[in-house]
Design a protein around this ligand. Sequence first.
Ligand SMILES: Cc1cc2nc3c(=O)[nH]c(=O)nc-3n(C[C@H](O)[C@H](O)[C@H](O)COP(=O)(O)OP(=O)(O)OC[C@H]3O[C@@H](n4cnc5c(N)ncnc54)[C@H](O)[C@@H]3O)c2cc1C
Length: 263
Amino acid sequence: MEYYKPETLKEAVKLKESSKNNYFLGGGTELNSLAQESLKIEALINLEKSCSDKITENQIGAMAVLQDIIENPAAPKGIKDAARHVNNRNIRNAATIGGNLGANKASSDLIGTLIVMKAVLEIITSDGKDESTVKDWIKSPKGLISVIKFPAPSRKVFHRRFSRTKNDIPTVKFTAGFTKNNDETFTDIVIAAGSVAEKVVTMDKTSDYLNGKAMAHIKENEITALIKKDINPIDDHRASADYRIKLVAAAVNEFLHLVPQEV
Ligand SMILES: Cc1cc2nc3c(=O)[nH]c(=O)nc-3n(C[C@H](O)[C@H](O)[C@H](O)COP(=O)(O)OP(=O)(O)OC[C@H]3O[C@@H](n4cnc5c(N)ncnc54)[C@H](O)[C@@H]3O)c2cc1C
């Protein structure tokens, strides 16, 4: 296996594009895990020298590690709270935000939050620099993520992580971004759910229903019907599909009842 530490993003991308078995290396927590043993890695391209780890209110370099994001006062609160959910500190000390996106796992603690915060990814390919929403990128990943931008860093985010034990991956990860109005309604709602499909998904029918609706007009049975249209989880050793739907419904309920008192 070859190992490279290029000085520039352009060089890193060129090395990556020279073989489908070449991989960018962030903190390596995922690439070095047993789950990746079957990968036929020809070369690792360490991004330490080429990719930024700078953290500001409006953008975070893809090589920033999760513990630094948590501890940096400038980082947006929504993403700090999401990073705190990642188990455990040893992982958070090495895992990068770019690697979390690159791993693109259904159980990611960060991807849902980045979607509902409306973060924008700066992507580098051999064609140059481009931008992508997180939702589009996770559907068809391409290129090197260099920077994660936060056009609305103070956007409010509600997180609910259900897991069998503290150290387990989430059985369901629920995240909602929203604006709370003076009349107790929510608008601009975006909801994302993790561990309910192959990738993190948005729950557009449920969020459309809740957008701008007064509490008195929200009906629990209607929400459950919409959740079933939005997600179609599988049964596995962590939970049945039906239980996952119940967890999502419980999270929506908590969001509607707890957030008005907290925000
Ligand atoms: C024991 C353990 C516990 C974990 N717990 C959690 C958890 O609680 N929550 C959670 O969300 N995740 C968890 N993970 C998954 C993983 O640690 C995270 O997804 C982590 O953020 C990956 O970051 P990394 O820098 O280590 O990625 P790496 O392992 O370096 O890379 C992961 C993938 O991303 C690609 N990549 C890296 N950087 C970039 C970039 N800038 N642009 C494009 N692609 C890139 C790599 O090529 C690779 O395919 C856990 C993993 C382990 C091993």
